[in-house]
Design a protein around this ligand. Sequence first.
Ligand code: GMT
Length: 386
Amino acid sequence: MKIGIVCYPTFGGSGVVATELGKALADEGHQVHFITYSQPARLDFFSANLFYHEVSVRDYPLFDYAPYESALASKLVDVVMFEKLDILHVHYAIPHASAAFMAKQILETYGIHIPFVTTLHGTDITLVGKDPTYKPVVTFSINKSDGVTTVSEDLKKDTNNHFPITTEIKVIPNFIDFNRFSLQPKGHFKKAIAPNDERILIHTSNFRKVKRTSDVIKMFKKVLEKIPSKLLMVGDGPDRANNEQLCRDLGICDHVRFLGKQDAIEEILSVSDLFLMPSETESFGLAALEAMACKVPVISSNAGGLPELNVDGYCGYMSNVGDVEDMAAKAVLILENDDTLNQFKENAFKRAQDFDLKKILPIYIDFYNEIITKHLARHADAVKMA
Ligand code: GMT
């Protein structure tokens, strides 16, 4: 198959899923064309089946806001025609699904018929998409997609509850590549962070409001009162400075390290004992899955799709959003005893295996084939009717 993938090429979860999916499809022999405004963060190597097409947005003195959506649609038309793609897969509804729809319509005027699949990742529905500024366009472009997927049952439900959706939504969860995410021997690194064998807790995110990063700090303070421990805060974003100040206010700076954005996240996870994800909402929680693959249990909120990943009392625990007291108490339950901690670590690894890339990739491939077949049949019927 020749597949065009559109995504946000940054470190965000949707961009990571799109890029890892493209890489895995290329490994299976499919030809994959990424169409984005800059090279996706994890696409930093050569593969014969991988291509990258840059969308450049021309600046012009008239524009206060450069028309990215039009530039993307034009690029899609160009790449589909030149590379003879079979299907487009766009990640994140805004503005990718509407740009794909526009490109599809333009291509039809040239006699080229291509289906497109839209994958909804979360904030494109739960935060941005519901905003009246975008809602009509999001609704329309979901309904005009030839196939729609969400990354959890919860996101599917949310999408159907908040938008008049007429298309059947297929749930395909996030996945993990164990070739990259697995426990690595990094004893020297552990010693540097926790010289007295303290427990290591970790949070990774983009430090946006939805991640409730100050809950991480408050929860850690409570854990620290009971168990000698260290906290690693990985990533960067709007709430980082506030969190650094909060650590000073709580007098715990000696125990907390802000590491900023890190590429080799699997190495840092490999020295960690507990992952913290107290998010306000989380459609799936890819960062938690990455931790689990490295044998790190998870304390999370029970929001959104998290209960579909974190099995309460088995590979971690869940609490209500904002219940820092409960989260800290459960963290202590896991951390206070070596045997309990080791059991939770093994369970986290077992749970992560349910989302092995090897299991999820065939679901995407089957879905593409189903959509292409249906689309061809629909087109053949339309020709017959004409
Ligand atoms: O919030 C993020 O971490 C980034 C965001 C994105 O859209 O890039 O992640 C969303 O998509 C991920 C991949 O499908 C999911 O695992 C995350 O749960 C989801 N984030 C939220 O729903 C807040």
